[in-house]
Design a protein around this ligand. Structure first.
Ligand code: T3D
Length: 257
């Protein structure tokens, strides 16, 4: 179905794997299109309640394919037509998305990881704001997500100096949820995805929607968002199940509805 990525569902989790290992999974325009299709497919499949994005081979993603652009390419267009729709689709998806960072995440590959809701990193993983080394600026939401995740000063340092940071350093900066040994990495990602997929998906989607909106909102607006979100969550089957299981002193069985 896809040439540059693979897509499969396992249980309630959709797995999207960037699949150009010989180029460290560098992005091409076809890969942008395929990513958007896969993200939309995961979004519309009601059985899918968590999404994992990872890379084939030793890298997560090395960013834009530097061997691919003909001279005179308008990079603004590459972003508007390729990367931006991918980031927008990820953020709009009201399901949790995990970046399973198996190896190096460079340039727009790092941006892709930042645009996900969670990042689990193999101890072998690293992150590099590679843009500056080729005279470019961070893109694909990087200038939005990075300072929000690590603070302005650290974001400037990472973006301008472009020094590679290890998975452990990324953990210390709050960039990743957890780091895991190479041997345990896939099992840990599967377990984490399954945990999320069994949670109240509708509430997670609402948290994601309004936490994102909170960046551009004042307190009164956020108080109103919370009221709107709580009305929807309060009418969900998962809220009823949460209450019932609490009263019956048993584990809840959430359905995502
Ligand atoms: O349209 C636009 O251009 C605008 C949008 C820009 C968005 C961006 O993402 S700009 C930033 C682009 N990415 C980079 O600058 C990163 C380039 N790659 C690297 O710096 C290094 O490869 C890594 C730090 C990611 C990994 O280093 P290392 O030593 O582990 O691997 P390597 O030996 O450098 O790479 C292995 C192979 O992958 C190698 O090919 P070969 O020699 O075995 O045939 C290398 O050329 C290839 N490769 C790695 N990254 C890319 C790539 N090929 C094409 N594009 C890449 N980005």
């Amino acid at each position: 179905m896809f040439e540059t990525i693979s897509y499969e569902t396992r249980g309630k989790t959709a797995w999207i794997t960037l699949n150009r290992p010989d180029k460290l999974n560098a992005f091409t325009s076809l890969m942008h299109k395929e990513m958007v299709s896969a993200i939309k497919e995961a979004n519309k499949d009601s059985h899918v309640r968590a999404v994992v994005i990872t890379g084939a081979g030793r890298a997560f993603c090395s960013g834009q394919d530097l061997s691919g652009s003909p001279a005179g390419t308008d990079y603004g267009d590459v972003l508007r037509k390729g990367y931006n729709p991918m980031v927008q689709a990820l953020v709009a998806m009201e399901k949790p998305v995990i970046a399973a960072v198996n190896g190096v995440a460079a340039g727009a590959g790092m941006s892709l990881a930042l645009a996900c809701d969670f990042r689990i990193a193999s101890e072998k993983a690293s992150f590099i704001e590679a843009f500056i080394h080729v005279g470019l600026v961070p893109d694909s939401g990087n200038l939005y997500f990075l300072p929000r995740l690590v603070g302005h000063a650290k974001a400037m340092e990472l973006a301008v100096l472009g020094e590679k940071i290890t998975a452990q350093e990324a953990k210390e900066l709050g960039l990743v949820t957890k780091t895991v040994s190479e041997e345990e990495f896939m099992l840990e990602v599967e377990t984490f995805a399954e945990k999320l997929a069994n949670m109240p998906t509708k509430a997670i989607g609402l948290i994601k929607r309004y936490m994102n909106k909170s960046w551009e909102s004042d307190l009164n607006e956020v108080l109103e968002f919370e009221a709107q979100a709580q009305k929807i969550a309060g009418e969900s089957a998962d809220h009823q199940e949460g209450l019932q299981s609490f009263l019956e002193k048993r584990k809840p069985a959430f359905t995502g509805k």
